[in-house]
Write a protein that binds this ligand. Structure first.
Ligand SMILES: Cc1cc2nc3c(=O)[nH]c(=O)nc-3n(C[C@H](O)[C@H](O)[C@H](O)COP(=O)(O)OP(=O)(O)OC[C@H]3O[C@@H](n4cnc5c(N)ncnc54)[C@H](O)[C@@H]3O)c2cc1C
Ligand code: FES
Length: 364
C-alpha cells in the first residue's frame, strides 16, 4: 500500500478572539501569503479544526462567518454544555495560539450572478447564524439587485451572536435586507415573532407575513428539529425541495453510540479490496465487509483519511464511488443529486462488492 496524506491540515495562528456573547467567541486566523489560495473560501463553507484535548485528538467543523469579499478567515464557536471542543476553545484560544485547520469545505451556497434579481430567505437559530451571515453579506455585495429576508431565532438579546454586525449590515442594506429576530424567552412587540422557529411558527409566518411564492431560494441552519420543521412548512407552502438549502450542525442520531453493522458480521468473512484516490495518488487496502466503515478501515490501514464528525453530518469525508458499490447508513450532508451521481460519505459507507474504488478528488 502506498502511503499518502489526505487530510491536509495546516497550522494557522489565531490573530484575534472576540467575545460575541457570554458563550460564543469569534476566532480570526492569520493566513500566511503562501496559504492564501488554499484557504480561499466560498460563502457558507466551513473549516475542520483539530486539537489535542486531554491527550485525545478532537476534530470539529466550524462555519466561516465572513463575506467572501472580506477575505477574512473567521469562525464563531458557541459553547455546547459539556462540549469537549467548544468548552476547550473558550479557554484555550487566544491570539498567537496555533491550531490545525483543514482548508474550507462544504456546498451550503448557491452560485452568484450580479444580474440576478432574487429574493432569498434564511432561517438561522443560535450558532446557525455563522454560515448565514457569510451567505447574506456575500450575496448582498455580489448581487446588487437581490434581497434577503432573514429570520434569526434566539432565546434572548443577550444570546444573539453578531448582533452589532447584523445591525450594521441592516443599515447598509436597508432596502434589501429584512432582518427579524424570533425570541423564545424575551417578549417582543409583535406576537408573531415570539417563540421558537417551528413548523407551526413558519406556517403562521407564511400565512400572515411572508409570501413563499415570492421567494426563490431558502437557506436553513440550526438544530435538526428546526431544519425539518422549516423545510416541511416551506414545501407545504409550495417551495420545491431543491430550492431549500440546509446545513445541519449536529444530528440526534449521529450522537448515538454506533452499533455493529450486522449481527452476523463476525461470521461474514467477505473481504473487499478498496482503492482510495486522492491528489492523483492511489492507495489500496483490504477490509472485512460490514464490520467497519470505509473511513475507519482506511484509518486503520494507516491512511491519513479526511474526516471531521464521523456522524454523516459535515461531508468532510465525501468521495465518489468509481467502481463497485457501497451501502451508506445515515446521510445528513449530501443532496439527493449528489447521491444520484455516486457521491458517498466514507464515514457511513460499507462495501457491497468485492472491489471498491473511491475518489476524493472529484468535486462535481
Ligand atoms: C458543517 C458544520 C458546521 C458547524 N459550524 C459551527 C459553527 O459555526 N459554530 C458552532 O458553534 N458550531 C458549529 N458546528 C458544531 C460543531 O462542529 C460541534 O459539534 C460543536 O461545537 C460541539 O462540539 P463539542 O466538542 O463542544 O461538543 P461534544 O463534546 O461533541 O458534544 C457534547 C454534547 O453536546 C451535544 N451537541 C454536539 N453538538 C451540538 C450542537 N451543535 N448543538 C447542541 N448540542 C450539541 C452532543 O450530543 C453531546 O451530548 C458545526 C458542525 C458542522 C457539522
Ligand atoms: S466525517 Fe462528517 S460526514 Fe463523514
Amino acid at each position: 500500500m502506498s502511503q499518502f496524506h489526505m487530510s491536509q491540515f495546516h497550522s494557522l495562528a489565531v490573530a484575534q478572539v472576540k467575545h460575541e456573547t457570554r458563550d460564543a467567541i469569534a476566532v480570526t486566523f492569520d493566513v500566511p501569503p503562501q496559504l492564501k489560495e488554499t484557504f480561499a473560501y466560498r460563502q457558507g463553507q466551513h473549516l475542520t479544526l483539530r486539537a489535542t484535548i486531554g491527550g485525545e485528538e478532537v476534530r470539529r467543523s466550524y462555519s466561516i462567518c465572513a463575506a467572501v469579499q472580506d477575505a477574512r478567515l473567521r469562525v464563531a464557536i458557541k459553547r455546547v454544555p459539556g462540549g469537549v471542543f467548544s468548552g476547550w476553545a473558550m479557554d484555550a484560544l487566544k491570539p498567537g495560539a496555533v491550531l490545525d485547520v483543514m482548508p474550507p469545505e462544504g456546498r451550503f451556497n448557491l452560485p452568484l450572478d450580479p444580474d440576478s434579481r432574487r429574493h432569498y430567505l434564511a432561517f438561522a437559530a443560535g450558532s446557525g447564524i455563522t454560515p448565514i451571515l457569510s451567505i447574506v453579506k456575500t450575496t448582498l455585495m455580489a448581487e446588487p439587485h437581490s434581497r434577503f429576508t432573514v429570520l434569526y431565532g434566539n432565546r434572548a438579546s443577550s444570546s444573539v451572536i453578531f448582533r452589532d454586525e447584523l445591525a450594521e449590515l441592516k443599515d447598509q442594506y436597508m432596502e434589501r435586507l429584512n432582518l427579524v429576530y424570533v425570541m423564545s424567552r424575551e417578549q417582543q412587540d409583535i406576537e408573531l415573532f415570539n417563540g421558537r422557529i417551528t413548523e407551526g411558527k413558519c406556517r403562521q409566518l407564511f400565512q400572515r407575513w411572508l409570501r413563499v411564492e415570492d421567494v426563490d431560494y431558502a437557506f436553513v441552519c440550526g438544530p435538526e428539529d428546526m431544519m425539518h420543521g422549516v423545510s416541511n412548512a416551506l414545501q407545504e407552502a409550495g417551495m420545491p425541495k431543491e430550492r431549500i438549502r440546509i446545513e445541519l450542525f449536529a444530528a440526534a442520531a449521529a450522537q448515538a453510540p454506533r452499533q455493529p453493522r450486522r449481527q452476523d458480521a463476525a461470521a461474514d468473512s467477505h473481504q473487499t479490496e478498496v482503492t482510495v484516490i486522492m491528489d492523483g495518488n492511489h492507495a489500496s487496502f483490504t477490509m472485512d465487509r460490514d464490520k467497519e466503515s470505509l473511513l475507519d478501515a482506511g484509518l486503520r490501514a494507516g491512511i491519513d483519511m479526511r474526516y471531521s464528525c464521523k456522524g454523516g453530518v459535515c461531508s468532510t469525508c465525501r468521495c465518489k464511488v468509481l467502481e463497485g458499490s457501497v451501502d451508506m447508513d445515515v446521510n445528513y450532508a449530501l443532496e439527493d443529486y449528489e447521491v444520484a451521481r455516486g457521491f458517498v460519505l466514507s464515514c457511513q459507507s460499507f462495501p457491497a462488492t468485492d472491489r471498491v474504488v473511491v475518489d476524493f478528488d472529484v468535486a462535481e
